[in-house]
Design a protein around this ligand. Structure first.
Ligand SMILES: C[S@@+](CC[C@H](N)C(=O)[O-])C[C@H]1O[C@@H](n2cnc3c(N)ncnc32)[C@H](O)[C@@H]1O
Length: 238
């Protein structure tokens, strides 16, 4: 009964979003497209978890991909290839040993993102690429998430229909990911920006609410300000 009501509300909100929401593209499809167009010889999937969205399948079979994550449980469920457990602030790899590092929905969880970026700079080959999908800390969704306790995030995911085996909830920090920081990063490490894509909201997380339309309208307004979009994809080249 509860799931039927939830389904009806979500369907209605989806229709409202299609009708009045900002024009937008799916950030995961864009990210997958960028991965699919790369052909690294050795790639690091940083913060891979269990590779729930099967990002590795976008890369050519010839590419060697190493999955890296701090979470043993997530890695144990990842069967994409060699796996290394550790903290990204000290990557246990040799200098200039990867020609691609890709990472999605990880930087918002890092307490020391600049140290991680410096580590990535160390392990990338000259000319190598870093592909990042990150939510924007300045979008209202991230601000609301920052203001609410972690137990509430887990509860919200459950209310959105995720069961306990499906929950990939990790505490968020939002220490990096503003549009201005994406640009500063290129200057700091002397990287060029090969691609930069921005995505207006809303997120799916408010689709359960009867007043989701209010968020849709807000995001339609915010769509004209890229610094307030919900997420970014950036591809740097070293
Ligand atoms: C929201 S999950 C994203 C997982 C995967 N990229 C995906 O999109 O399905 C965030 C991941 O970042 C990992 N993570 C967080 N802090 C980390 C750190 N300091 N070093 C390595 N991995 C970290 C978590 O363990 C988790 O697997």
């Amino acid at each position: 009964m509860l799931s039927q009501i939830r389904g009806s509300v979500v369907n209605l909100n989806n229709s409202i979003e299609d009708a009045i929401g900002p024009e937008r593209q799916n950030c995961h499809q864009t990210y997958d497209g960028l991965l699919a167009s790369s052909s690294p010889s050795r790639a690091l999937h940083l913060g891979s978890g269990r590779d729930r969205a099967e990002k590795c399948s976008q890369l050519p079979d010839e590419s060697d991909v190493v999955a890296f994550d701090i979470d043993r449980e997530g890695l144990s469920r990842n069967d994409t290839g060699p796996k290394v457990q550790g903290d990204a602030v000290t990557l246990p790899f040799e200098d200039e040993s990867f020609d691609l590092v890709f990472t999605e929905m990880v930087f918002e969880h890092l307490t020391q993102p600049w140290d991680v970026l410096a580590e990535i700079d160390r392990i990338l080959t000259p000319g190598g690429s870093l592909l990042i999908l990150v939510p924007n800390p300045l979008h209202y969704y991230a601000i609301l998430s920052d203001l609410t306790p972690f137990w509430f995030h887990e509860l919200w995911l459950r209310m959105n229909g995720h069961d306990s085996t499906d929950i990939d909830a990790f505490p968020t920090e939002y220490e990096w990911g503003r549009l201005s920081e994406l640009l500063t990063t290129a200057n700091t490490f002397d990287w060029s920006i090969a691609k930069l894509r921005t995505f207006p909201g809303p997120t799916g997380y408010t689709r359960l609410l009867p007043f989701h339309a209010a968020f849709v309208l807000l995001d339609r307004f915010l769509a004209r300000f890229k610094q307030f979009h919900v997420s970014y994809i950036v591809m740097y080249q070293k």
